[in-house]
Structure formats: C-alpha cells, structure tokens
Design a protein around this ligand. Sequence first.
Ligand SMILES: [Zn+2]
Length: 406
Amino acid sequence: MPDHRKLGRELNLFDSDPLIGAGLPYWLPDGAIIRHELEEYVRAAEIRAGYQHVYSPVLAKRELYERSGHWAHYREDMFPPMDLGGEQVVLRPSLCPHHALIYRSRAHSYRELPLRMAELGGMYRAELSGVLGGLTRVRAIQLNDAHLFCTPDQVAAETAGALALIREAYAALDIQDARYRLSLPGPGGKYVADPELWQRASAVLREVLDESGLDYEAVEGEAAFYGPKIDVQILDSAGRESTLSTVQVDFYQPEQFDLHYIGADGGKHRPVMVHRSVIGSVERAVAHLIEGHGGAFPAWLAPRQVAILPISAAEEPAAHDLLGQCRAAGLRAEVISAGEGSLGARVRNARLVPYQAVLGAREVAEDRVALRLRDGRRLDAMPVAECLRRVRAVVEAHSPRLWDNA
Ligand SMILES: [Zn+2]
C-alpha cells in the first residue's frame, strides 16, 4: 500500500507549508475536486435518507464545552481558549454541542422525530506536532457529522439506518478492508456516570450489529466519554488502525442540554441523541482513498475522468471538439496532444485516468471514439454520444466499476 503523503504530493492533491503550520494541509485543485465530489456525494445521500443540513460556527464560549463535558473529559485535545472582551472562546473540538443548541432553539413535537441534523463542518484538535503528517493527523478537521434526535423507541432503527448509509458509501468508494468494532467502556476510563444508561445504549448497538449480519468485535475501553459506539476501523499504509466512520448512542448530552420534545400525551420527554459519521473526517477519508486505490480512484471521484489522445496533429481539432462535448456532459477531461510523446507513452502517463479516448483518422471521419479503460480493456469504437452517455451513467451511479457490463 503506498503512503498517501508521498502519492498525494506526486499527484498534486494536497501539500503543506511551514508558514501555515504543521497539521494544516491545503488542497490543490485536483485534491479539491476529490474532496468536493466526496462532500457532494455524502450530502446527496443524507438528503435521500431524510437529513436536514445546518451550518454552525467553528468556535464558541468555553462554557458551552463545560456544559457538554468536553472541558472536563477532553481538554488536553482542545486548543487553548482565546480571551476576547472578558470572555473566553474556544475552537470547537466537536459539533455535537452546537447541534444540541440548535435542536433546543425550537420546540419539537414527537411528530417531528426522528429529526436528523447534518453538517459538514470544521472542528479542531490540538495534536502534538510530533504525530502530525499528511491528511491522517491534522489540527483542522472537516467532519461529516450528524445527530439524530429521536425517541427511545426509534434508536435501534436510526442506528441501523446510519449503518446502512455507511455501507452504501463504502460500496461507492470501493472500501473493502473495513472492520466493525463495538466500542464499550473499560475499567478506569473517564466516563460520565449512570451505568444503567450505558447498558441500555450498549445493548441497542449490539442488537443492531447482530441483525446487520456484519462481523464485528466488541472491545472494552474504546467508548466515547458520553456513550458506547460502533466504530468502523481502517488500516493505513504503515499498518496503524484508525476510526473512519462511527455511530454512537448518547443519553447524556440530552440531559446536559435539557433537550425535550412534546409527546403524544402532551408532556415533556427526553430525546436520545445518536451521533453518526458516514465518512468521518474528509481528510482521513481522502488519505484512505489515496492509499487504498493507489491514486486510481473510482470514476466519479477521479480528478480527470477522460484523457483524449489524438493519434496525430491532424486529429487535434477533433480532440478539442470532444473535450467540449465531455465538459458539456459534466465530465472532467483533458487533451494530451500528439506533441507530448508517442501514443504508448501518453497512455502510460494517463494510466490513472479511468477512460482514455483514442482518436485516429478513422474515428474522426466516423464521429466515433475507441475507449481504453484504465484496467487495460479496449472497447470497440462507438458513436461519441453513446460513449459519453455510458461514461456519464457510471459516474452518476457512483459505481466503483468502470463500465456497465463489468
Ligand atoms: Zn456528535
């Protein structure tokens, strides 16, 4: 497995600058395309699954994190507070407290639940500079986060729904090496109190995992401070394990923030908060995709989807015409001119591009295109319109496969 830091630089996906600082990478244009596609994929999947998106600020008063418990349980991972006009504000270590406040800002009836609130938002972690590198350990994190506010009866279905979204995303991203873990509290950990709530939450997660048919391992000592969770674990090129996706059942934050909904009986009831992330942090997800695919991304994520290769200078005008048609069809394409080397050399240089369109005199005369797929397959020449339609169909389906028949 290649190291994403090396490959990311070679492929011009991201970089960093000592003047910006350690753990604060920036995204180059090709990396920004991957990130954008990934974010749009998740947003669309969430909307299909009935989520509503919000935006909330990346910092807040210290008191907010005292209330949420982060200040007591998580302070060494937080940036130091900034003094501002007699108050202290902190870069947020998570989005949960903001979403709890957004929920609390309006009255809710049981008819609105489950209320699924999502945000792709920034959060910050004061990692020590010794452990920073590439996209896997960063100080500024873009998190695909959501909170499902629901009745106790809805927790199992909401947890199962979140797990289904994760599995759907892993299929589209062609991530096959993930392992599922039930993360339980361990002895001596710093967890918030009430063992009865912990047992209820753990039992729900275990039941959902058992019904999903997934292989999983229960591990003590890996829970969040406020509740147990299902974690989806991946390995990086150095063999280090980390969590990409997560589903957590939380009875604690709704108490801390005094959240409620009006039940069918007209009385106030406490909702449960399910925290979930489908792709985790965008940084870690892209690092894993770079390493897992060696730079050969699924077509929908590839910075360039079609490489257009005119055999000689005579086909150059037709190549640029095809470029325009690709762009009009919403595909990312580029022309690699005959002047840039032999056809064989250009095909090799474009080896990470999913589709290579070779244009010779005959294809141009017939308005056809002969497609080579990244995996070495060569397709018979077909009309340009049909070719673009079929490539577009693979991309729109977020298919991990390159062609519709295989
Ligand atoms: Zn949360």
